[in-house]
Design a protein around this ligand. Structure first.
Ligand code: C2E
Ligand code: MG
Ligand code: MG
Ligand code: MG
Length: 279
């Protein structure tokens, strides 16, 4: 190395950093505009009883139709939104829209399944989530039991957050509570006992490895057993092949969600599925 090359690589590194920050700021700007221009929509992925015979619920998943770049994945923009104040606005949008959709289906006499909504850690931190949920229930007059909130382990373990109080307040409204991506976060098993939960969602990474790895099998078996002992329903995410579903059924898993039976669908397609079901 000589000094010149070192300076060069330093400058290169700093250019990279500038580009990354620039990209993030630009994405934030576009997200702000997307909120104003109403470019988001919700897709709904069915969840099934483990034998696949009955739809037990759906998960609402946000989609962004960017006029410049087409459909942008939430995996790309939610983490950016979570680093700014935008996530609370997007979160509010999702909650309101899911409730309005449930109300619209109920008004048309469609048998509505439970609708699960993803909640970011920052939405819990703001401490007014129970009030916001209460407002939405009141305004849309939906059956509270039709709404489920998906929280992550990390959000619940945050120091300084009175998670138990907040979860009790949410349950008192009649909504149900799920832990998303279970097994991937920092968990303390003690909290499972204290928190008023309804559902554990086994993360897709365990489902992926279930048939190939003894370790994944052991983890899935243990989560299912835990669910049984604590009286919680257990749902496996990301089930793509029949052999996975069969193994999960053998292990006593209650529900599944995955491409094996259905991808996330636009509201109109889910509706067709629900109506077909009723015939
Ligand atoms: P998640 O909540 O764990 O959602 C499950 C993700 O797995 C979804 O991706 C879904 O489309 C995908 N998936 C479901 N079944 C299968 C399968 O069989 N195979 C494969 N390969 N994938 C499957 P999606 O919609 O891209 O969402 C990604 C993540 O973005 C979500 O993970 C969630 O963490 C976040 N997200 C999505 N919508 C929202 C939202 O409205 N609010 C918040 N805060 N986060 C959201
Ligand atoms: Mg989820
Ligand atoms: Mg998940
Ligand atoms: Mg996941």
């Amino acid at each position: 190395f000589n000094a010149k090359e070192q300076r060069g690589s330093l400058r290169f590194f700093s250019d990279d950093l500038t580009a990354a920050v620039h990209h993030r700021l630009q994405l934030e700007q576009r997200l702000r505009r997307a909120l104003e221009q109403d470019e988001f929509c919700l897709y709904y992925q069915p969840q099934w009883s483990i034998d696949g015979s009955r739809m037990t619920g759906v998960e609402a998943l946000i989609r962004w139709q960017d006029p410049e770049q087409g459909l942008v994945s939430p995996a790309e923009f939610i983490p950016v939104a979570e680093q700014s104040a935008l996530i609370s606005q997007i979160g509010s949008w999702v909650l309101r829209n899911a409730c309005e959709q449930i109300a619209a289906w109920q008004a048309r006499g469609i048998r509505v399944p439970r609708v699960a909504v993803n909640v970011s850690p920052q939405q819990l931190y703001l401490h007014h989530l129970p009030q916001e949920v209460a407002n939405n229930l009141q305004q849309t007059r939906i059956t509270p039991a039709l709404l489920e909130l998906e929280l992550t382990e990390g959000a619940l373990m945050s120091p300084g957050l009175e998670a138990v109080d907040m979860l009790n307040a949410l349950r008192a409204l009649g909504v149900s509570l799920a832990i998303d991506d279970f097994g991937t976060g920092y968990s303390s098993l003690a909290y499972l006992k204290r928190f008023p939960l309804n559902l554990l969602k086994i993360d897709k990474s365990f489902t992926d490895d279930l048939l190939a790895s003894d370790e994944a099998l052991a983890i899935v078996e243990t989560i299912i057993m835990l669910g049984h002992k604590l009286g919680l329903s257990v749902l496996a995410e990301g089930v793509e092949v029949e052999a996975q579903r069969m193994e999960l059924e053998r292990l006593g898993c209650h529900q599944f969600q995955g491409y094996l039976k259905s991808k996330p669908l636009p509201a109109a397609e889910l509706e067709a599925l629900l109506l077909g079901d009723q015939c």
